[in-house]
Design a binder for this molecule. Structure first.
Ligand code: GTP
Ligand code: MG
Length: 553
């Protein structure tokens, strides 16, 4: 293009040159976006961790002059990003471009003198901004970023404004998913916690896992954290035949006992030294010992575990599945939202199906499509390169990290069709004899008599839904059948301004919890097809049984 410009009038040349640079900028932007998109799970985690280490969390007065605030902090170095949000008052997250800025900032800050009490002199990156005198209110207020999910009514309203059910499911995902700022805040809270644990274990890292990073997190979900001590075991010198030194260490009875003792001490530190950390509970006897607490400045409920590398690998696996096809995340968000609306899942631990199990069920369903939408876990292992090799406590957790190695078959099913068939699939699944196995991508004979058997993807002798009892499974099956049947009613799929339609109609109280199907919509429903009629017949019988069982429980 540049050559082509030569010999043209100067004015025309300028126009061409600016078009060229605009095109160049556009191409660069696209390349950068593609590079960002193709980063591995590990690379994304590392980048976010590093950003968090260069960030501070500041509690601010309610009326804040953003410009003055940023000018004041900029004395310590360039600010990359910042945002404001509300949690027990106004707060700001400020990310500097270099860690030196944090050191410079910390040097200029004092431990406050508190009256009638005494302060624990722990210098964290959780700060308070004092603004002397009253601020003039004629400056514009900064924008506060929302950190909570919309209510079910707000969701219903938003969905009613869409044109198709596919659009509804996309909109649901965009509305519920974690925002960039929310993810940054999650990494920052982990990094603040690391500063506490780092007093004992300077090489440790606290990493978020679960729905904070697996791409299926909903605003308001908990922050699952792992205390990663792997850096401590890294050997600094090669073993030779000469003299060598090693650390003297205390010994515990088992790995589990050591994990419990570390978590118990860190739990105490978090409780007694951690600013903003309240309601600390050490749940050390659980299968996976943990410290649970609320972090008030962020508003997050946190679960800190240790020695839990398999769970991190599961998060990577779900992230990878979420990236492989654009229909996976909307389908998982919809199923999770539907399950929560019908109390199939709960925030209280118990005999309920968990979000993790539901996600694995969606993956399994998508492996069953013809042609399959998602590959099996065995296939992901076959495609792995030497650097992907990963064995944790004797379990081969190897999966390919480079998505470009995975070839997918052409499948054009719409989200509406997939959701409907998800309900039909699990409404008819032989749970009494078959287990769900995403490693093979095929149902297997159930090795135990538990109600629901979903093979743990990496610890293959374990069942991730062992906690689910027969009543909860029956409720899930009954609701799947009811939703499958509802979606067969063409009326439900028609846009309507006077009553919830499409996905919103599936969130209304169910027939098994007392309300009749017909009370959902006053319009006349079409007769069910014979396939669905059978489903409906069994729904009526099963629904009755479930209600009776629930009543007598
Ligand atoms: P939310 O409900 O949004 O918090 O989803 P989540 O995926 O974060 O689930 P949860 O907080 O219950 O668990 C965090 C992570 O722990 C999951 O993503 C899994 O990786 C892992 N996990 C949860 N439950 C089990 C289980 O029963 N077995 C195994 N092996 N891992 C589990
Ligand atoms: Mg979680």
């Amino acid at each position: 293009l540049d050559k082509f410009c030569l010999g043209l009038e100067p004015q025309t040349q300028v126009r061409f040159t600016s078009t060229t640079s605009a095109l160049k900028a556009q191409t660069e932007k696209k390349t950068a976006k593609a590079a960002k998109e193709s980063r591995t799970f590990q690379a994304i985690q590392e980048e976010r961790k590093e950003e968090a280490e260069r960030s501070v969390l500041i509690s601010c007065p309610p009326k804040i002059n953003e410009k003055k605030f940023i000018d004041y902090l900029s004395k310590h170095g360039t600010i990359n990003k910042h945002f404001f949000y509300n949690s027990y008052g106004a707060n700001a997250v400020v990310e500097f471009s270099s860690r030196e800025s944090i050191a410079s900032l910390k040097e200029s800050i004092n431990i406050p003198a508190v009256e009638h009490e005494a302060a624990v002199p722990f210098k964290s990156r959780l700060l308070s901004l004092k603004w002397p005198g009253s601020q003039s209110s004629n400056h514009p207020m900064p924008k506060f970023k929302e950190q909570s999910p919309p209510s079910i009514n707000e969701i219903t309203q938003l969905l009613s404004e869409r044109d198709t059910m596919d659009e509804q499911l996309q909109c649901l995902t965009e509305t519920l998913q974690l925002t960039e700022e929310n993810i940054s805040l999650r990494f920052l809270v982990c990094s603040l916690l690391r500063d506490i644990a780092g007093a004992y274990f300077p090489e440790c890292i606290i990493r978020p896992f679960g729905s904070s990073v697996n791409s299926f997190g909903k605003l308001g979900c908990d922050v699952d954290m792992i205390l990663d001590l792997d850096g401590i075991y890294a050997t600094s010198q090669k073993k030779g035949s000469g003299l060598s030194l090693e650390y003297q260490v205390k010994r515990g009875a088992s790995e589990r006992a050591v994990t419990q003792s570390i978590l118990s001490v860190i739990g105490k530190c978090v409780d007694q030294f951690g600013p903003g950390c309240v309601g600390v509970q050490s749940i050390l006897q659980a299968r996976c010992p943990l410290v649970r607490f609320a972090h008030q400045p962020s508003g997050f409920q946190c679960d800190l575990t240790a020695n839990n590398r398999v769970a991190m690998k599961s998060s990577e696996l779900l992230f990878l599945y979420g990236k492989l096809d654009p229909r996976v995340r909307p389908l998982v968000f919809s199923v999770r939202c539907w399950a929560r609306a019908h109390s199939i899942t709960s925030s209280i631990p118990g005999a309920w199906i968990t979000n993790f199990s539901l996600t694995v069920m969606v993956v399994f369903f998508l492996q069953q499509r013809n042609p399959p939408i998602l590959p099996t876990l065995d296939r992901l292992k076959e495609l792995a390169g030497p650097s992907d090799k990963c064995v944790i406590e004797g379990n081969d957790c190897t999966i390919v990290s480079d998505l470009s190695k995975i070839t997918l078959q052409q499948n054009t099913d719409t989200l509406e069709k997939l959701l409907q068939e998800f309900f039909e699939f699990y409404g008819n699944f032989p749970f009494n004899k078959a287990s769900i196995n995403i490693r093979k991508g095929k149902e297997q004979t159930k090795p135990e008599t538990t109600a629901l058997y979903i093979q743990n993807p990496f610890e293959t002798t374990l069942n991730i839904s062992k906690n689910v009892n027969a009543t909860q499974l029956e409720r899930f099956v009954a609701l799947c059948r009811e939703s499958a049947w509802l979606l067969q009613q063409k009326e439900i799929l028609k846009q309507s301004s006077d009553s919830p339609w499409g996905f919103a109609a599936l969130l209304l109280p169910s027939v098994t919890s007392g309300a009749g199907v017909k009370s959902r919509r006053k319009r006349k429903l079409e007769p069910a097809s014979s396939r669905i009629k059978n489903l409906l017949d069994s729904l009526k019988i099963k629904g009755g049984e479930t209600v009776a069982k629930k009543g007598s429980a």
